[in-house]
Write a protein that binds this ligand. Structure first.
Ligand code: SAH
Length: 224
């Protein structure tokens, strides 16, 4: 069997562990049952190197190669909940990484467009996504530019620590649309999770949702 065929095995043990993770997230304050159902549906172990399968369902971030990480399940749940996704919405994700967050959004019925800047990671993830039943379109590029060809989007989610709120992304958000983005704190220590809603006059209303630590959002693309 090729490694990916092995990886998409989703057995009773995986399903049981996933249910425990969902219960943990629910008791930890995630209340949106649609988000929890999506997390229950997506086999997280598939996105980790096979040596991590046993612990794929602990609430931890993990290395996925190319110096990047798959976000902690709680962080994925929080960002997804804040995004208020509805079936059929067009969602742009910056930072495909492992592809896990993108699949959780797709499992909620979103049409997901996801950009990754690291070439090797982009191809590795694309292959995994092609073996799964979730509809996610992936793009190799610099997320600071968004995806003008596919704009406007109902929702935008940034899954890397952003130095600022990229103008191009705001322009590509529909009126009434929501962007969830962890923005770097001025002291250089981690990020504050922001939810920005684009109002009728094109301005953004801003809400804050606590402190996080993401890998940095970087300009340009590279070969890692
Ligand atoms: N959503 C991912 C989290 C990955 S970590 C998951 O579910 O696994 C953040 C990712 O953002 C990394 O893969 C990193 O390479 C990518 N990234 C950083 N800056 C970026 C940019 N400007 N454009 C696109 N991707 C970027």
């Amino acid at each position: 069997m090729c490694p990916i065929m092995m990886a998409i095995e989703d057995n009773y043990r995986h399903k049981g562990l996933r249910k425990q993770l969902v219960d943990l997230l629910r008791s930890g304050g995630i209340h949106d049952e649609k988000v929890l159902a999506a997390i229950n549906e997506v086999p997280r172990h598939v996105f980790l190197d096979s040596s991590f399968v046993e612990i794929a369902y602990s609430d931890q971030a993990f290395p996925i190669g190319s110096g990047q990480t798959i976000s902690q399940p709680r962080t994925v749940a929080v960002q997804t909940e804040l995004l208020k996704v509805e079936r059929g919405m067009k969602v742009l994700e910056i930072g495909t990484g492992s592809g896990y967050q993108a699949c959780v959004l797709a499992a909620m019925g979103a049409r997901v467009f996801s950009i990754e800047r690291q070439r090797n990671l982009y191809f590795k993830t694309k292959e995994i996504l092609e073996a799964l039943p979730f509809r996610v379109k992936t793009f190799l590029g610099d997320g600071f530019n968004g995806l003008p060809t596919y704009a406007p989007f109902d929702r935008i989610i940034v899954t890397a620590g952003a130095p600022d709120i990229a103008k191009a992304l705001v322009n590509q958000l529909k009126t009434g649309g929501i962007m969830v983005v962890p923005v770097d704190n001025p002291d250089g220590q981690g990020q504050t999770m922001l939810r920005l809603t684009k109002t009728g006059d094109g301005l953004l209303s801003k809400e804050e949702f606590g402190e996080y630590k993401f890998v940095p959002m970087l300009h340009g693309t590279d070969n890692d």
